[in-house]
Design a protein around this ligand. Structure first.
Ligand code: SF4
Length: 88
């Protein structure tokens, strides 16, 4: 399940550099996550880095984009073909 950023985002930009997949960019009013690049941080970190670094807890799972852990791992490997994913 890709993450999305809620309306309470204050657009501080802190999450952008924390994403291992380059999935986050500045939007018009809030930061925005590209669901095609979000792996919930599977393969790179034990927890979603945007969520743990956010001061206002704006990132949240997007219920409209449910994916299995295997699908998320496959997405990570497609994005990073030369990188060995971590398993946690
Ligand atoms: Fe990037 Fe991880 Fe947040 Fe997804 S959950 S947008 S991969 S930091």
């Amino acid at each position: 399940m890709a993450y999305k950023i809620g309306d309470n985002c204050i657009a501080c930009g802190c999450c952008i550099s924390e994403c291992p997949n380059g999935a986050i960019r500045d939007g018009e009013r809030t930061a925005v996550i590209n669901p095609d690049r979000c792996t919930e941080c599977v393969g790179a970190h034990a927890q979603p880095q945007c969520m743990v670094t956010c001061a206002v807890m704006a990132p949240e799972p997007d219920p409209d984009r449910r994916e299995t852990r295997e699908q998320l791992l496959a997405k990570f490997q497609k994005l990073h073909p030369k990188r060995t994913p971590i398993h946690v």
